[in-house]
Design a protein around this ligand. Structure first.
Ligand SMILES: [Mn+2]
Length: 263
């Protein structure tokens, strides 16, 4: 059995990341996959980078916030004013921002991994685009098919992040052939889709969003014959530490970050 801790959307919240790592270690995770969005709009930067090095994920996917940081280093005028301000803060608080951006720009948008015979596609959002809202909670099965197109057709399972909602869904790749027809199990070409939610900035309102003060990640067990057991973890942590860090380091937009957790 292989146990993988899949985590994403840390968004500058070291206390939440520490809680996730401690939980995954306690549960004996064999490996870690990071699906993108490490820095901003939260207060923590260099300490998060050092933590990620310690966690040492075997997969690192490039999120849209990695691209914001890379853009801020070279073509900052292309970003909105608020993003420029946030990314300037991140750059000022990193020890080697230029070298780090060089490294982040090599992270792929998607990667395919096979574990005990299960073929898994990993991306921050769409396999060829880490931004936008095509795969939001209102997405249809036909939108989600994009996770399996082209060479990805052979995948058993796709995992994406970005929407900050822990999710488990099935889609039928043959659905377009059977419109209006009764669902036919024999003709269905089913795939599984998982989303680990967000470590540092969850958006899922039905579970009370930030008021929960818990960090989300996915612990995926894959048995030796490919049996899947996805476990959605929510780990409590001390959110006041994150807010103290925001005040102490004079984080841009800290008031709206603390009150609504967005800018
Ligand atoms: Mn994102």
């Amino acid at each position: 059995m292989t146990k993988i801790a899949i985590f994403s959307d840390v968004h500058g919240n070291l206390t939440a990341l520490n809680a996730v790592y401690a939980d995954a270690q306690r549960l004996d995770a064999d490996d870690y996959w990071f699906l993108g969005d490490l820095f901003g709009p939260g207060p923590d930067t260099q300490t998060i980078w050092e933590k990620l090095i310690r966690i040492n994920p075997s997969v690192n996917i490039r999120g849209n916030w990695e691209d914001f940081l890379i853009t801020a280093m070279s073509r900052r005028d292309e970003l909105s004013n608020s993003l420029q301000e946030i990314e300037s803060y991140v750059i000022q608080h990193l020890a080697y921002p230029r070298e780090l951006c060089h490294l982040l720009s090599d992270w792929p948008l998607h990667q395919e991994v096979t574990i005990n015979g299960v073929r898994i596609g990993l991306s921050h959002h769409l396999p060829d685009s880490n931004s936008g809202d095509a795969l939001s909670v209102r997405a249809e099965g036909s939108d989600l098919q994009a996770l399996f197109m082209n060479s990805r057709q052979k995948l058993d399972l796709a995992i994406y992040a970005h929407i900050h909602h822990p999710t488990m869904r099935y889609i039928d790749l043959n659905a377009s052939l059977q419109k209006g027809a009764q669902f036919d199990y024999a003709k269905a070409d089913e795939r599984l889709i998982l989303n680990p939610g967000s470590v540092g900035l969850p958006f899922d309102t039905p579970t009370r969003g930030y008021k929960e003060r818990r960090a989300e990640y996915l612990l995926l067990e894959v048995g030796t014959s490919g049996e899947l057991d996805p476990q959605f973890r929510r780990v409590p942590y001390d959110l006041t530490k994150t807010f103290e860090s925001a005040e102490k380091q004079r984080l841009p937009f800290r008031e709206s970050y603390i009150n609504g957790f967005h800018v």
